[in-house]
Design a protein around this ligand. Sequence first.
Ligand code: AHR
Length: 512
Amino acid sequence: MKRVKIFADANLTVGKISPYLFGSFLEHIGRAVYEGIYEPGHPTADENGFRRDVLDLVKELNVPIVRYPGGNFVSGYDWTDGVGPKESRPVRLDLAWFTTEPNEFGTDEFIKWCRTAGVEPMLAVNMGTGTAKDAARLVEYCNHAGGTALSDFRRANGAEQPHGVKYWCIGNEMDGPWQIGHLSAEEYGKKALETAKVMRWANGEETKGGRDALKLVVSGSSNHEMKTFPEWDRIVLEHTYRAVDYLSMHRYYEYDETRAHPLEDFLGSADDMNEFIGSVKATIEYVRAKTRSEKRVKISFDEWNIWTQSAPRREPLWKRAPHLLEDVYTYRDALVFAGLINTLLNNCDAVEIGCLAQLVNVIAPVMTQQVGGTLRQTTFYPFRYAARNAVGETVRAISDSDTFATMYGSARYVNAAITHDRKKREVCVFLCNYDGEAREAELELRSFGALRASEAVVLSHTDLGAVNTFASPETVVPVQAELPVVEGGSRVLASLPPMSWSFFKFEYRLAP
Ligand code: AHR
């Protein structure tokens, strides 16, 4: 059997894993909100119309933060349409997705849903048709205690206490010509700076100091295939470096059968995402040096996933909550998806926020039926294991894996991420085997203490195209595997099935 050696030492860390690395994203698009998280009249709906069955799956996924309301949608959204008495909220055309937005669910409902789900809200403001004033007014509506028209309107709408929203995205994908109100880097950089300034002022930051300060995300490139990448990021950051905390990154990968080597190219996604992050880290460092700034802007990777973008649109125009972007994820997708998770972990020194795009029904790990049940897609499982177990810090995983050629360059057959929770004294190993042959992994895990395997899980299937459906929901599910033996407290031999994902957890005692 082919072997791969992976070495890690507790002292060689990449960085601390932020509690917001495995967040998600909820846009007003298709059935993400309506029939997704919100469906009054559904048998499991609570008094707010929130589907409890979906809430349970969100909790199972352990999602810590959710970005809302878009995405492309936000660039045409007037947040005032979505607050106040529901009967007087307008129905609008949504020009981002050519659907009808009923505005039955808006900012207050989202915050309430977040509190019910136990997740941190992350709001995006409109930089397409919206202005700095609109953004500052939304901050006032959400975060000002009372005594002004907007804050008293929030109180009248049922939220006596301020929502205390801390995380904010200044627009979405403003570099893309598909975006409502698309701007050049210069135009957006200037607008984002002014918007950040007045949002902070509306939040009272001149007097309140750092503790309640907003955490602001400025929009980076929509992906690294944009002609304007990385100039967009440099210019935008040069305008805003001192005013913001994060630069956003977005990236979707797809299995494209029209390519000469579709499988190899798809399996190369994780290594390509790693390169992309490397370039953005370098751009941030460049601007930091140029602006003589001590602060380090971090990355909010607030849209990432597998998404077959070439799939044709079938829904008619101007429908309410149509079936849009309802990708059905294969076993192959889950393997690539697991590699993307490893890339996020291996870059946790720079990536502090991650949002899987999206959460429910739209390119999502969770699917729902109207007045019906829920489904865990294949991608649900690698996400759940990472979000629940990848805690503490990432340790550098040094491997001698051989590589294969892809359209992006070379990619490793065995893709690894190793995390270390010092409090719980646990080490977790996440491994993708992208080889059609089984591999034996020889792990040398030094300086942790005497390790003992406590959990072994494998996701494996003979059919790369296998999917979970409502009729057959457990076609692709992880299974418990035999615990690997640990020799001498640090050397582990584990077998990795062909084309598989494995998860191992170890506990350790400290040397006396
Ligand atoms: O997640 C779907 C879309 O992808 C988002 O609306 C947009 O930001 C991105 O292009």
